[in-house]
Design a protein around this ligand. Structure first.
Ligand code: ADP
Length: 534
């Protein structure tokens, strides 16, 4: 019935049928739906006695669907080179065949069992063909340009529908990938529309920021979620992003009260519209409270380790320290005893007593100075980075190192050029620790040598300050060379083997480096970025 009506429809009916197909195709959700629409409507559009929908499958044509007065080839596959739909796809153009039995492109054997005498075949998506639509008639026909235009129109509408479906599928795939990535990173997603200020937030984003699952949100909710103390900083970055300058990334506290405060990381970037205006800010949020706690804990542990290592340095020097402190204190005691004796003598003048107590005072001050230096190393507190002169810091390290009487015979010298300022921004206690560690290692290395010399040089280039400590010791033992900066590497009976590994951590935290160089003895160097002297 349908076939008969199609055959009698006038040209206008056919064009109206095409328009209706175009409408239906534009709403198709998938390829299957497209094929179904074409199968049902193509005969009305072309006025044909049968239609097929052919899909390209590698180097074969797959006749996936048909609607005809008699059976065609549904479900069968033919090589692209052995059928007319293949010819269309390979040549990317339609084939118009008024009499199939005089056209050499037609595999006549395949057509003989069918009713087909003439046909028009048009490729779907000619620029990269994925199939073809065939219209067949039971009689030989002289086709008009109108006939061809209708079949081609149908193929083009199908092409547009296939492209739209593929684009939608691609979008869905991208969305699925994005969801997967967001879930894997435990990230919440949000998007702020800058014209309405409405805020769209994913369930995870709402969970992190404590927003109800279904509440309508806007920009103020985002700002209210941030701790007041962190708001200004976030807002500055947010405005930068809003102006389209740079994506922002900020770690802030949430505005929740008391123990409910969490640390979150907010990232966002501007999204531009077709006119290149910033229309939205899209971003992600993650709860970084645990990571932050772990980081703080690691920082604390590292500070404790550095402190323990400094105490161990002092422990190694304790005999020397006791000796150094004992000397001035004994001397002070002697001066005070003498002063007491003198005081009992009638001929003693007040100046004599003052002279003796003054000497005692000088000795006590010397002991106090030594103690202050030691306290500077033993302290647990590590300070905010400050501008320091490397030469002055090394002088202090040398003074401490010289306390040890075992190293009295060692020629310990420092060379720091006066003309090139060696100013660095450092945590003084930590860098003192590095210098002391390297100097002490060098002094220990030369202890049993006949020639005992430790040389320290400071040099400053435009970018960095380099300190080089070389000694006349035996150089690095082969067994420690490879893992020198790893913890617990030591060749010494009383060594902990943590000094160099801690020194490396300190240097890296300062944006500097520590390394060894080849030389006659041991050569250790470290460098720090140079700071502009103020
Ligand atoms: P420790 O001094 O407690 O062993 P360090 O980490 O400071 O720990 O040094 C690790 C090892 O590196 C030392 O045991 C020593 O073998 C080697 N080393 C360090 N400095 C020198 C040096 N100047 N000359 C030769 N070997 C050195």
């Amino acid at each position: 019935m349908e076939a008969k009506r199609a055959g009698h429809d006038g040209p206008n009916e056919k064009w109206l049928a095409l328009v209706s197909v175009v409408e239906r195709l534009s709403a198709a959700e998938d390829l299957q739906a497209i094929i179904g629409i074409v199968r049902d409507a193509a005969r009305r559009v072309s006025g044909a006695d049968g239609v097929t929908f052919v899909l390209r499958d590698g180097d074969q044509c797959h006749y996936v669907e048909e609607n005809a007065i008699g059976p065609l080839w549904k479900g069968r596959r033919f090589p692209l080179t052995a059928c007319i739909s293949g010819w269309c796809m390979l040549n990317r153009e339609p084939a118009v065949i008024p009499d199939i039995y005089v056209d050499p492109r037609i595999p006549h054997d395949a057509y003989r069992p069918t009713f087909v005498k003439s046909l028009i075949m048009a490729p779907v998506r000619p620029e990269a063909p994925l199939g073809a639509i065939g219209s067949y008639w039971a009689t030989e026909r002289e086709f008009t340009p109108g006939d061809l235009a209708l079949v081609e129109g149908l193929a083009r509408a199908t092409t547009a529908a296939v492209d739209a479906v593929m684009a939608r599928m691609q979008t869905r795939r991208n969305e699925a990938r994005l969801r997967l990535a967001l879930d894997a990173g435990r990230l919440g997603a949000w998007e702020l529309d800058l014209s309405t200020l409405a805020l769209d937030a994913s369930p995870r984003c709402r969970e992190i920021l404590g927003w109800p699952a279904d509440a309508a949100l806007d920009q103020t909710d985002l700002l209210r979620a941030i701790h007041p103390d962190d708001l200004q900083r976030s807002q500055r970055l947010f405005n930068e992003a809003r102006a389209g300058r740079a994506p922002f990334q900020v770690e802030v506290r949430t505005a929740a009260e008391g123990a409910g405060v969490r640390w979150i990381e907010l990232r966002g970037a501007a999204i531009r519209d077709a006119e290149d205006r910033v229309a939205r800010i899209a971003g992600v949020v993650s709860d970084v409270t645990e990571a932050r706690r772990a980081r703080d804990r690691i920082d604390e542990l590292q500070a404790s380790l550095r402190h323990a290592s400094r105490l161990s340095e002092l422990g190694r020097m304790s005999a020397a320290i006791a000796h150094e402190l004992g000397q001035p204190l004994t001397a002070a005691g002697n001066y005070l005893t003498a002063a007491a004796l003198q005081a009992r003598r009638p001929e003693t003048s007040p100046d004599d007593i003052l002279d003796l107590t003054g000497r005692a005072k000088a000795q006590v001050e010397r002991a106090g100075q030594i103690l202050r230096r030691i306290r500077g190393v033993a302290t647990r507190d590590e300070t905010e980075p400050r501008l320091e002169d490397m030469g002055a810091l090394l002088d202090e390290a040398l003074e401490l190192a010289r306390l040890d009487p075992r190293h009295r015979e060692t020629d310990l010298r420092i060379e720091a050029p006066d003309d090139a300022p060696a100013t660095v921004r450092i945590d003084r206690t930590q860098i003192l620790q590095v210098a002391l560690n390297l100097i002490r290692n060098a002094l220990e290395a030369v202890e049993s040598r006949t020639e005992r010399r430790v040389e320290i040089t400071v040099s400053a280039s435009a970018k960095e300050v380099v300190v080089r400590i070389s000694d006349t010791g035996p150089g690095l033992a082969p067994e420690v060379r490879e893992k020198l900066f790893e913890p617990f590497t030591t060749t010494k009976a009383e060594g902990l083997g943590i000094g160099l590994s801690i020194s490396r951590g300190i240097m890296e935290a300062h944006g500097g480096r520590i390394w060894t160089e080849e030389g006659d003895g041991g050569v250790f160097c470290f460098s720090l970025p140079k700071a502009a002297a103020t």
